[in-house]
Structures are given as C-alpha cells and as structure tokens.
Design a protein around this ligand. Sequence first.
Ligand SMILES: *Cc1c(COP(=O)(O)O)cnc(C)c1O
Length: 392
Amino acid sequence: MDFEEIREQEHKNIMQTYGRFPVALVSGHGATAVDCAGKEYIDFTSGIGVNSLGYCDEAWVRAVAEQAGRLQHISNLYYSPVQTRLAETLCGLTGFSKVFFGNSGAEANECAIKLARKYGTETYGPDRNEIVTLRNSFHGRTVTTLAATGQDGFHRHFTPFTEGFVYAGPDLKSVCAAAGKNTCAVMIELIQGEGGVLPLSPAFVKELDYFCRERDILLLVDEVQTGVGRTGELYCCRHYDLMPDVLTSAKGLGGGLPIGACLCGERLASVMDAGSHGSTFGGNPVACAGAQAVLERVGDEAFLAGVVKKGEILAAKLGEMEEIDFVRGMGLMLGAKPKKGGAAEIAKACVGNGLLVLTAKDMLRFLPPLTISQEELEKGLRILQKTLQSFA
Ligand SMILES: *Cc1c(COP(=O)(O)O)cnc(C)c1O
C-alpha cells in the first residue's frame, strides 16, 4: 500500500484524535525508521520515549519472541515467573519493595492515586483524599489522570471530573497554600515532559520532600517519561537524591511493549491489598520479558554513563546552533527553543528531510533511543541544522 491509501484508510475508520505527520512507518533498525516507500528517518523520538533500545534490538527481540512462543498470557489468578522476576529486578535496582503492574503510564498513575487515597483515608479518616499536583503537569488521559493534569486545555470536555485535585505552582509557597488537612499526597514530574521539558529546581524538590515528610503527605513521583535511563540515571529521582513514597514508570520500561509499574516502599507495601486493584493484562508475560531485557541493559552503570555522554554531546551541539535560543533537560530528554519558526512547523519540515522529532509547547523535544549511535546522532543533527536554516 502506498502512503495515500494508508492515509485514506486511517481517515475512514480511525477516530480522528491524533494530528499525525504525513508518514507511514513500516520497519526500523537502531535509531533509524523506514517508511512505506523505503525512505529512512533518523529517530529522535523513540515513539515518545518508548523504544529505549531502539528498533529491533537483538536481545530484546529474542526475549520477546521466545516468551511469545512459550506462553503469551495468563491471568493474574496464577503465578508467573516472568512477572515475579521482573518485579525482583525492578525492586532490586530501585530500592522499592513492592510493585503493581499495569499497561500504561495513566494506569500506573491511577494505581498511585488509589494507593494515596486508601492510605490517607484509612490512616486519617474519609476526608483525607485530596492530591496536590503541579500546574503545567501531564499525568495521562483517563478521566482521573486528566483531572490530575494541571492544564486547563485538558479540562475542556469530559466533565464531571474526578474530584479532589488541587493545583499548585512549582514552589513551596504555592504548594503550602494548596495543601491542607485533607491532603493525602503531592504528585509531581521531576521534569515536566509534555509541559515543555521543564525540570523542577532541586531546592524546591528538597523542600517539598521535607514538607511532605513532616505532615505524612505522600510524595508521588511520575517518572513515566523521565524513567528507565532517559535522564542518565535509571530513575531521575537519583539526580535529585530523592526516595519518594511512590514512583510510577511506563513508556521506556517495556522497550516498545505496553507496561506500566507503580512502585512503593516497605511502609506502604500492604496498602493495596486483595481485591483493591487489578488489571487483566497487567504484568503480561510478553511485556514483562521485554521489560526484563530493557532493565538488564539499562540498569548497568556503564550503559547509563553512555547515556550521559550522548546527552552532553546532543545538548552541546544543539546549544551551538545559531537558530536555537536555549536548551534544557537532562540526559537524552532535551528541549530546544527555536529562535525562528514554530516548533510544530519545524518538526514537520524535519520529517520531510528525514528526521523524526517531537515538540512540547513551544519547544522542540528530543527523546532518541538510549542506544543511538554517534553516527545516527550526528546525521540527525545535520538534518536538524539544515531544516532550522530554512526557517532563518
Ligand atoms: C506519557 C505520560 C503519561 C501517560 O502515559 P500513557 O502510557 O500514555 O498513559 C503520564 N505521565 C507522564 C509524565 C507522561 O509523560
């Protein structure tokens, strides 16, 4: 099928919820994607931070294919050694002691929200159910995680929302004003991804951690985008020297398969008890086998040092470009503000020139596979430079 036929088919039978770039991708290798006409693209997106090991990583493909050929799914009524092994690996690498597996970032956050409310109401009474989230945040697309998302643009339809979310700015004074005796948790992204690749200040995170601890308010950290090596540490919390009460992970965890995880420490280990939560596909063996292969690679210190190195190169090269105003972010989660042209138009022009990039607000956003080669990185940067020059 050629592109026009695919586009027509999409238009005819798929709900028109996405603004898509005019390209249909059919295969890939490393950090290079290939479209239906055989044209190649350097991929600085990883499918929005999902393909941690790039396209068709050999060890990942082997792990997933072997598991698919052995046992593709069992319900959570039975034990799965693939699931238990992944839980042990994840807890061992992070220092948390319990995990709940779902299928997406939104579901991981739903679990975190349920856990916080159950803890708050069981410990302090039925009114202790409010959660403070930050303005400009993004926590997912379900009705509850949309309510948690502190951006008016996401609140236009779909009312009534889940009650009990209060929004604050990224400073302690604002959180203080938003929190009260009914606050059971504060939920944050350490780097707001969809919000424009905006890191929180370490001083604020430190103060917030102390503030929450003093009041037994749970600190929930949404690492759906920042997690799994993306920022140069296995989880971004390490950059902030932070051990939150609850951490959520998804996107890059499965290396391309849907999986989400909600992690907590020993103190909260038994809050979510029998019957309090569940998911048909949660902890699916094929997804777990993929995640295991990802963690075995990304959990390694030398691998993470490589991510830091590549992040420094990417940030430095972006910073040197005339057409870029400033660069921010960490590791291989970077945003660059173009001086001329809108981010969306530039991203579209990049696709035409053979480079896939993301946007977030008015920023160009870069989330390349963690395994991207020096050669692919440089090729992508050359295409970006050329594209930016056409807007000058
Ligand atoms: C993408 C994202 C989500 C939502 O994840 P889904 O898998 O799309 O449900 C939640 N939080 C953050 C920070 C994200 O970047």
